[in-house]
Design a protein around this ligand. Structure first.
Ligand SMILES: Cc1cc2nc3c(=O)[nH]c(=O)nc-3n(C[C@H](O)[C@H](O)[C@H](O)COP(=O)(O)OP(=O)(O)OC[C@H]3O[C@@H](n4cnc5c(N)ncnc54)[C@H](O)[C@@H]3O)c2cc1C
Length: 295
């Protein structure tokens, strides 16, 4: 069957500002010499100088471009849910480092409601998912050491395996990967969104440089600079989180002793605590201009 193909002018305001395409409408990506073609099931297609893959860990864009990935199973699951608790959270997130993995309590807009991200062994996650509400609340109460008071309600319990994914290329011809499409890592530091936003801010900076220098936005030299920059930041973070996770997962008594003693020391000394908080916030050693504080 012959299909009529209609070219959509990518520079038209209508396409850029008002036209949204849903996931299932995408058909294929074709990288040509100086442009990239995105075709849709409808037979229409978009032609652009650059395509940005910001479509998450199972990136369709990455798959279409046949970009290989390095993947590593953390051998842990994340159990996520929403809970209503007895005590107010005062807009403060808390994290408990347990031998089974970290338990994060993330405050929601309701002052007595949290989002829970609980890293567990695969076996524990599967068994907790199937517990009665009452038993699950008791487990959570004990893991959080009664910190939030009684657990009154829990909803949306889901479990998913945790896996590190890093694309071997963050750019390919006229395409760029950002966010989880480029890198997925352990949620223990809650930095996934941060790094994704910094990728976008960095891309913005690189594109501005192209415009200032009068080169095309898909200029290979500038895109390679973007790739080196973002890849090194992602690899730093992936390695750092791997070490932290391994330390907390360790069953070695000496490692556990020093970890616990060290954490108590840090927790009780506001000077040392502030030092580490500052360091943690400077994970990105070369932040894009957009993410720096204005003078
Ligand atoms: C259990 C867990 C807890 C986490 N907790 C935190 C936390 O506390 N703080 C934090 O910063 N990060 C956290 N993260 C990481 C964070 O969720 C991700 O890093 C972040 O969501 C990545 O954003 P993204 O936009 O790159 O991808 P996504 O959030 O996955 O968004 C991708 C989007 O692309 C769309 N899409 C996919 N395919 C197509 C297609 N073919 N066409 C069109 N659209 C498409 C999807 O529908 C989706 O809307 C956590 C992750 C997990 C697994």
């Amino acid at each position: 069957m012959k299909r009529t193909r209609k070219r959509i002018n990518a520079s038209s305001r209508k396409v850029l500002k008002h036209r949204y395409f849903r996931k299932k409408e995408n058909k294929s990506i074709l990288n040509r010499d100086k442009e990239v073609w995105l075709s849709f099931e409808s037979g229409e297609y978009l032609v652009s100088k650059l395509i940005v893959g910001a479509d998450g860990g199972n990136s369709w864009v990455r798959g279409q471009l046949k970009i290989p990935t390095v993947e590593q199973d953390y051998d842990q699951f994340a159990l996520t849910c929403d809970v209503l608790v007895e005590h107010s959270h005062s807009n403060t997130a808390s994290q408990f480092f347990l031998s089974t993995g970290p338990l994060a309590l993330l405050p929601k807009s309701n002052p007595k409601s949290y989002s829970i991200v609980w890293t567990l062994t695969p076996e524990l996650a599967r068994s907790y998912e199937n517990l009665s509400k009452d038993k699950f609340h008791k487990k959570l109460l004990s893991a959080s050491n009664g910190f939030v008071g009684k657990i009154l309600e829990s909803t949306n319990i889901r479990i998913r395996p945790l896996k590190m994914i890093c694309a071997q290329q963050f750019i390919k011809d006229n395409a760029v990967l950002v966010g989880d499409a480029a890198h997925v890592f352990h949620p223990l530091a809650g930095l996934g969104v941060n790094l994704g936003i910094q990728d976008i801010a960095s891309l913005n900076e690189v594109i501005n440089q192209c415009i200032e220098k009068g080169t095309e936005v898909n200029d290979a030299k500038h895109l390679r600079h973007f790739e080196r920059w973002r890849k090194s930041e992602a690899i730093k973070l992936i390695s750092m989180l791997r070490v932290i996770n391994d330390i907390f997962k360790s069953k070695n008594k000496i490692v556990n002793f020093f970890t616990k003693t060290g954490l108590c020391l840090i927790d009780n000394n506001s000077f040392i605590k502030n030092f580490f908080v500052k360091k943690a916030l400077q994970v990105d050693f070369k932040p894009p201009k957009l993410s720096k504080k204005s003078e």
